[in-house]
Design a protein around this ligand. Structure first.
Ligand code: ADP
Length: 403
């Protein structure tokens, strides 16, 4: 990607941390002389809470470390993180660690950009926990652990929500009383680092549509779509939480809230049981009863697997229509993330269903994986652009500490 001329050119490394419930993914980037960042290695600790296993690969994809970490404390803010930092600083040797960039799910209504974390910011981010109780504490635990062990290393929070904060105010609003809105119950949108990366990547990958009206379909285990105009978010399919919008691997997507009331009243379900259903037992897994992985469903000739895929594709088409309305038209459609980048037949079905929008699929180009998967005559072009959230977090971290 083209570097930004105004950026500083400090030499050193940036650690990117993405902490989840059972695994912590990390990567190390190097700041390059032209203000860009380049991947040095990526790794993960799997089995948090049970048997942590550490592994790392260099930028070429070769495994450079694989270890069982039989530490007593398996929490993300305990010995595991101390050990990770020990490994990272050992690997870096004399190379300075310029900063740590964290993926933080929620920046609330106010954080519209990455932010340098100090004690006051950390308190503000902790106060947002009720908006994302499953993820915010996991994202913030490493911040505290690193601050304690390395108080002089700057830390930057990069939010899943920030990219959507400049949307028209109406897109944030739920049709609920003002007091509830003021309490923070509004539509935020997520997957922001992925959309920011794609918006930037389009300048090189698809300059003809980069400044136009584009819908990005981020189709992974978590899936959402975003309408951008001139590289900025206009609307997105996720709302107050990452449950809304598309059918996902195990999440339900858009759901009549009356269903939840019914489950509570008629099935006697608790909030925890409903939460477990909507986050972990729904979506492709719930409908198919087989798997949350689209590859398993594509390989299956079970009717329920077919229904799950049909529903997934249908939900994408429905969101696409809604996002085109928010944009007032469409110049390009972009597929990204695990399914968007790899599942040829899903892209084909989505594009065929969107023929009414002027999308004319080029079969051979789609099978090849793009980047452009429509014919030269197609009124609206479609593209495959691999996302890279870690790169975006590394670059945003470098820019934030260079300011
Ligand atoms: P997340 O980051 O949300 O966990 P990913 O972006 O890694 O998810 O996407 C995971 C999804 O991508 C899974 O449903 C998986 O089946 C799908 N996927 C990965 N590789 C392929 C492939 N080669 N063909 C089809 N689907 C794939």
């Amino acid at each position: 990607m083209s570097p930004q001329p105004e950026q500083a050119t400090q030499a050193g490394a940036l650690l990117v941390v993405n902490a989840g419930s059972s695994s912590l993914k990390f990567s190390i980037y190097r700041a390059t002389a032209d203000g860009d960042v380049a991947l040095a290695l990526r790794g993960q600790i799997e089995g948090l809470g049970s048997r942590p296993r550490f592994s790392a690969k260099n930028a070429g994809g070769e495994t450079i470390a694989e270890e069982d970490w039989s530490v007593a404390d398996t929490r993300v803010d305990g010995q595991v993180l101390d050990r990770l930092l020990g490994w990272v600083t050992g690997w870096l040797g004399d190379e300075p660690l310029l900063a740590v960039g964290h993926r933080v799910v929620h920046g609330g209504a106010d954080f519209a950009a990455p932010v340098l974390i100090d004690a006051a910011v950390l308190r503000e981010l902790e106060a947002l926990t009720p908006l994302a109780p499953l993820h915010q504490p996991l994202n913030l635990a490493p911040v505290r652990a690193i601050a304690a062990a390395h108080p002089h290393v700057p830390q930057v929070a990069c939010f899943d929500t920030a990219f959507h904060r400049g949307r028209p105010a109406i897109a944030d609003r739920l049709a609920l009383p003002q007091t509830i809105h003021d309490e923070g119950i509004r539509r935020y949108g997520f997957h922001g680092s992925s959309y920011a990366y794609i918006a930037r990547a389009l300048k090189d990958a698809a300059p003809a549509i980069a400044d136009g009206r584009v819908v990005i379909a981020h189709l992974g285990n978590g899936a959402s779509m975003c309408a951008i105009r001139g590289g900025k978010s206009v609307e997105t399919s996720m709302g107050f939480t990452a449950l809304d919008g598309l059918v996902m691997g195990t999440r339900c997507g858009a759901l009549d809230p009356g269903v939840i009331l019914h489950l509570i009243r008629e099935h006697g379900m608790t909030a925890e049981a409903v939460e477990n259903l909507l986050y972990h037992q729904a979506g492709l897994l719930g409908v198919s009863g087989i798997s949350s992985d689209i590859r398993d469903l594509l390989d299956s000739d079970d009717d329920a697997a077919r229904t799950a895929i049909d529903l997934f594709v249908y939900s994408i088409g429905r969101e696409l229509g809604a996002l085109c309305a928010a944009l007032g038209g469409l110049d390009g459609l972009v597929f990204t993330a695990g399914i968007g980048e790899n599942a040829v037949s899903i892209r084909e079905r989505v594009c065929r269903d969107a023929a009414w929008l002027g999308i004319d699929l080029d079969d051979a180009a789609n099978r090849k994986g793009g980047p452009c998967i429509t014919t030269p005559e197609s009124a609206v072009s479609a593209w495959v652009v691999p996302t890279n959230e870690e790169y975006m977090i590394a670059l945003d971290t470098l820019r934030t500490i260079s300011r």
